[in-house]
Ligand binder design. Structure first.
Ligand SMILES: Cc1cc2nc3c(=O)[nH]c(=O)nc-3n(C[C@H](O)[C@H](O)[C@H](O)COP(=O)(O)OP(=O)(O)OC[C@H]3O[C@@H](n4cnc5c(N)ncnc54)[C@H](O)[C@@H]3O)c2cc1C
Length: 652
């Protein structure tokens, strides 16, 4: 069948809920409210109005980013200014407008770290504190973003990024304290998350082997393949389209109690495994058939955003991957705190609910309600976010391009002597300036050297060290999930396919929100893609993935969604042309904070020499928050770093 015929079969021309969005850009954003001279608008072909009204799309009653479908996450319109800054194309903003606004604190970045910094600052300084929070996206929350869908009158909620409160028992006192002060009692998730639903319906996991990688399309049931231990049965393995020798090796890998590094002490083995990829361990130490590596290749994507060629065998041992039973590794390695707590601490929109509760506590009237239950269905009023009557304001669609201490640096080279910080940001194609007695940069580490070129080379170099991991979280609304019931599936791992994981949304019901428990109801599927380039070092894989993302159109994602779901689920009666109702692709070229990778860099340097520690040093009145500042991609680190930055302002 030719490409067009296949496209028709997949339903590429079908009506799906994409509203008026062209690759995520609204082509009908209340144009009457937009600036007449905006080059930004021109760039997207929006007709220009003859009236020079201020750029304020958020004031439009129809402005509601969570309901946008198409290409979201780092949506078009959010990243271009920062890239122009990087590439030296910043002349257009030489003329900036002084807004005449002066704050106690200006925060750059309305992710969980920036919002937490605002929260802690207000808590420590007092409710009268005037705070401005700038963010380049059209929504707040950073990675913690919410996707809404409509199935008739019914609301379906998905997480566009930050998924869950992971291992809250491991949270430090500031992070758990903040959740509690917001009204989040994590114990209630034991009631809200139905841990028995899928088991009661006999749904389990499966592996989808794709024909491009394995020679044929085949779905093989398989419990617990992704990580935290596997349990291959002979029957499962016999169905896998891999070489016979690889089948035997898989079983051997799982059961044999062999010491593959005889003669080494446990400590020496650890040192060696830290420097050996799991792929190399399998091939060179366990000596498996190469098809075994193909089965595991993408199983580390969701945690590490790269495959087993770029994750150390020691890390894989800690995650429960097979092959280490007879290795007698140091005991401490088996202690993985995340495995002690179930993975259930999940709001229907992920940790977007935390961001929304922070905004509710900071900006009066932005979101109704008081509880962790009513936040789930509360509708945010974006028009209230940047209101002059509020002490805390959130200005979206605003990319900071400069943060400088006021005063001539030649006359006053010590930034600590400055009285204020001036932050320049671009909004609607026009540069503006505001001032703050203090500034917290809760954005990405890599953008900070461009905002503060006066920083020392050592600090700028340390900030630039971080290369965030790219990921794509795609939510697909389907008319019913009968195919999953018929095939007995709740989650699919696809080692060679475009999306490495396809899962039914988490079964969480809370407040007025009900999970679609019946397979006859519309529900959301979650698809993970981690673009990377096996064989390169970790950072180069991330760079290659980012390049791929910036060059991939929504249409490509859509075709891949339809093709993969069709091929995986057709035996259950799934028809992509009929069953797919809406698609939201959350593209995160700058996703997880860079976590040091043992394979490619030393992990044993003293804390003070870690690039993230050097990079986050206070720079006069400018402090640095965000999860990059800790080198860990977690909500609690984002909160903790917000707290640390504020403590640096107000003193210990
Ligand atoms: C797909 C995904 C899933 C995740 N899942 C989990 C999870 O399940 N559990 C967990 O604990 N953690 C998870 N994380 C990690 C977690 O999301 C982050 O650690 C945390 O939310 C980051 O918060 P942050 O405020 O530091 O950064 P961000 O959320 O990135 O917020 C920073 C904000 O600053 C903005 N910004 C950058 N530059 C500028 C500029 N020049 N001007 C204005 N604004 C700017 C950014 O665009 C962004 O909106 C996940 C991350 C990703 C990407």
């Amino acid at each position: 069948m030719n490409g067009n015929g296949r496209d028709r079969e997949l339903g590429m021309g079908c009506e799906i809920t994409r509203r008026d969005f062209l690759n995520g850009i609204s082509i009908a954003v209340g144009t009457s409210l937009l600036a007449a001279n905006s080059t930004w608008l021109e760039a997207f072909g929006v007709p220009q109005s003859p009236f020079a009204l201020p750029f304020a799309p958020e004031k439009d009653p129809g402005y509601y980013p969570p309901a946008k479908t198409g290409l979201r996450g780092s949506h078009d319109g959010s990243w271009e200014v920062a890239h122009d800054l990087r590439d030296g194309r910043d002349k257009a903003w030489a003329e900036s407008v002084d807004e005449g606004e002066s704050y106690d604190l200006v925060v750059v970045g309305a992710g969980i770290s920036g919002l937490s910094a605002a929260y802690f600052y207000r808590k420590l300084v007092g409710k009268q504190a005037k705070i401005q929070i700038l963010d380049n996206h059209d929504d707040f929350g950073g990675h913690a973003t919410r996707n809404e869908f409509q199935a008739g009158k019914r609301l379906l909620l998905g997480y566009g990024g930050t998924q869950s409160i992971e291992a809250p028992g491991n949270y430090g006192k500031e992070a758990i304290g903040l959740l509690q002060e917001l009204g989040i009692d994590v114990r209630r998730f034991f009631k809200y998350y139905d841990q028995k639903l899928f088991d009661s319906m006999h749904l389990q996991e499966a592996v989808f082997f794709d024909k491009e990688t394995f020679g044929t399309d085949r779905l093989v049931p398989q419990k617990g393949l992704h990580y935290f231990g596997v349990d291959f049965t002979l029957e499962n393995v016999s169905q896998m389209p891999i070489a016979e020798a690889a089948r035997k090796d898989l079983i051997r890998l799982q059961h044999a109690r062999v010491d593959y590094m005889p003669g080494l002490t446990p400590k020496q083995k650890k040192a060696k495994l830290i420097k050996t990829s799991y792929k190399d361990f399998l091939l060179q130490s366990v000596k498996v058939h190469p098809d075994v590596v193909k089965v595991f290749q993408s199983s580390t994507h969701d945690i590490y955003a790269v495959g087993v060629d770029a994750v150390s065998a020691y890390d894989c041992a800690g995650e429960g991957f097979p092959g280490f039973k007879g290795m007698n590794l140091p005991k401490s390695h088996e202690e993985n705190p995340e495995q002690d707590e179930p993975y259930i601490f999940h709001f229907p929109d992920g940790n977007a609910s935390i961001a929304r509760m922070l905004v509710r506590s900071l900006v009066p009237g932005a979101l109704p309600g008081h509880t962790m239950e009513d936040i789930v269905t509360a509708r945010a009023n974006y028009a209230r976010l940047d209101d002059a009557s509020s002490t805390v304001r959130i200005r979206l669609n605003s990319t900071a391009v400069r943060a400088r201490h006021i005063g001539d640096p030649d006359q006053n080279p010590d930034p600590a002597m400055a009285k204020e910080v001036e932050v320049t940001y671009v909004r609607g194609g026009q540069a503006h300036r505001v001032r703050g007695a203090n500034c917290v940069l809760a954005c990405y580490n890599t953008v900070i050297p461009y905002l503060c070129p006066e920083m020392s080379d050592k600090q700028k170099e340390a900030l630039a060290y971080c290369v965030k991991a790219p990921l794509v979280y795609t939510n697909v609304q389907i008319g019913n999930w009968q195919a999953f019931q018929k095939l007995g599936l709740s989650a699919i791992y696809a080692p060679g396919a475009y999306f490495s994981n396809v899962t039914l949304d988490f079964p969480v019901s809370m407040g007025d929100y009900r999970y679609p428990r019946s397979p006859d109801e519309s529900c959301l599927l979650h698809l993970l893609r981690t673009p990377c380039e096996p064989g390169l070092n970790c950072k180069d894989q991330y760079r290659a993935g980012r390049w791929e993302l910036v060059n991939t159109k929504f249409e490509t994602f859509e075709r891949q969604v339809r093709d993969q779901l069709g091929r995986t689920l057709s035996a259950g009666g799934f028809d992509p042309a009929r069953d797919i109702q809406a698609i939201t692709v959350n593209r995160w070229p700058h996703g997880y904070a860079y976590e040091y990778n043992a394979l490619f860099e030393p992990l044993d340097r003293p804390a003070s020499e870690r690039p993230c520690v050097i990079g986050r040093q206070p720079f006069g009145r400018i402090k640095i928050a965000n999860s990059d500042a800790d080198g860990h991609a977690y909500t609690n680190t984002a909160i903790d770093q917000g707290y640390r930055a504020v403590r640096e302002i107000v003193g210990a």
